[in-house]
Design a protein around this ligand. Structure first.
Ligand code: SF4
Length: 406
């Protein structure tokens, strides 16, 4: 699952409570496929992304890498299907990277490997950047009934340039092209906290949401990770120095502005960074936030099934070679202890405002923190459950840090 998660307002009843004993337990119904390829690395990117150059698969070596990758994903899926308790898959998510860079024929080969293993109403999502959302991709996505997640970040080209964002195509034109082709479920990614971004810039992006009417919006705060070119430029290192970035309080105010702006446009805030028209929540991410077991396929992908979590080593070439030789890719495997499970369950629930029974997470929390957090309006205690309030959701991570037993 790409980036930080996030969604919101009236939380559906089926989401309202889940015990930690159930976390990541049961059959697997959710599959994430990591497609690590991008044409070039954006200046703020610290994801598992492998730049392949502007020519993409028109370059024979890149086309060969893509072919090996597609075959390897199919092989890993078959191996995991045999090894894990995989039932009908309710959600399949191709994230990256830029999955659409593979092109419709390779995407179809990946997705076809799941035919016969999906529920009738399974959600299938493919991420793309505007550059790759061409007519051929749009036609394939519409025909396949794929939910498309489009990486926009900002409709303002100056702000995209401040981010060092590589995709050059007009994101509004790409959105319209997807709609015209018949894509019925469309999500866009936007950001606040971009260097130089003002409240009027946020209003301009909210205006584009009005114009384009996506079904779902993921609106994240820019995370400037140490070691990225953007972090170096902000410190005055090599390259054009971007405009100053808003401070922490101002970025928190930007988040509140985004939440109220989207809510008054009819989007429900159902996770810290995610908003949806009624009935259009991303079911794949909801499953993740409910701590359902999931398989991750591809280089760098993470899986969590029961108490076992494993992460494939990054690197598409080594991944393809291993599976071509009928071996699993190199993996880091860990066993999650009860405290880790409880903490993760609480953190995921906090982001969505879900209630968690106190007695099932008692070992992970500091009981003395409950009353002050409740008095501050950040936490509600009701019928033996704790729930992070709407006020607390703005600072969900801080609430959890205060809640956790040292
Ligand atoms: S498109 Fe996304 S994954 Fe690719 S380099 Fe840019 S930020 Fe990273």
């Amino acid at each position: 699952m790409s980036r930080d998660g996030g969604r919101k307002a009236p939380v559906p009843l089926f989401l309202t409570m889940m015990g930690v004993m159930e976390a990541f337990a049961g059959p697997v119904r959710h599959v994430y496929i990591h497609v690590p390829f991008c044409t070039a690395r954006c200046d703020y990117c610290d994801f598992e992304a492998e730049p392949v150059g502007a020519a993409g698969p028109a370059e024979p070596a890149v086309a060969a890498l893509f072919e090996r990758y597609v075959a390897a994903v199919g092989a890993e899926w078959e191996r995991e299907r045999a090894a894990c308790d995989v039932r009908r898959v309710a959600s399949l998510y191709l994230g990256g990277g830029t999955p659409a860079l593979l092109g419709p024929a390779r995407l179809e080969r990946i997705v076809a490997g799941f035919d016969g293993h999906l529920t009738p109403r399974a959600e299938m999502t493919v991420e793309t950047n505007p550059d790759e959302a061409d007519a051929a991709f749009a036609a394939w996505a519409a025909t396949r009934g794929v939910r498309v997640s489009l990486g926009v970040q900002s409709f303002d080209p100056m702000l995209r340039a401040a981010l060092g964002r590589r995709p050059a195509a007009d994101p509004a034109a790409a959105t319209r092209r997807l709609r015209t082709a018949g894509v019925r479920d469309l999500s866009i990614d936007l950001m606040h906290g971009i260097p130089g971004q003002t409240t009027s810039d946020l209003d301009a992006d909210l205006g584009m949401v009005d114009d384009l009417a996506p079904d779902h919006v993921s609106w994240y705060e820019l995370d400037v990770s140490a070691g990225t070119p953007l972090a170096r430029r902000l410190r005055g290192g090599h390259g054009p120095r971007p405009p100053a970035r808003a401070g922490e309080d101002e970025r928190a105010a930007q988040h509140r502005h985004v939440v109220s702006g989207l809510e008054c446009r009819g989007y429900r805030w159902y996770e810290v960074s995610n908003f949806a028209r009624p009935g259009r929540q991303a079911r794949h991410n909801v499953a993740y936030w409910r701590a359902r077991p999931y398989l991750g396929l591809g280089p760098g992908a993470v899986s969590t099934v029961g108490r076992r979590r494993w992460r494939n080593a990054p690197g598409a070439a080594a991944y393809g070679e291993a599976l071509a030789a009928d071996r699993l890719p190199h993996r880091h495997v860990e066993t999650l202890d009860a405290t880790t499970l409880a903490r993760e369950r609480l953190m995921l629930a906090a982001r969505c405002g879900l209630a968690v029974p106190i007695d099932e997470v008692a070992a992970a929390i500091d009981a003395a923190a409950l009353a002050p957090l409740g008095a501050a309006g950040l936490l509600s205690l009701h019928s033996g459950t704790i729930r992070v309030t709407r006020k607390g959701r703005y600072v969900a991570n801080e609430v959890c840090v205060r809640l956790f037993r040292a």
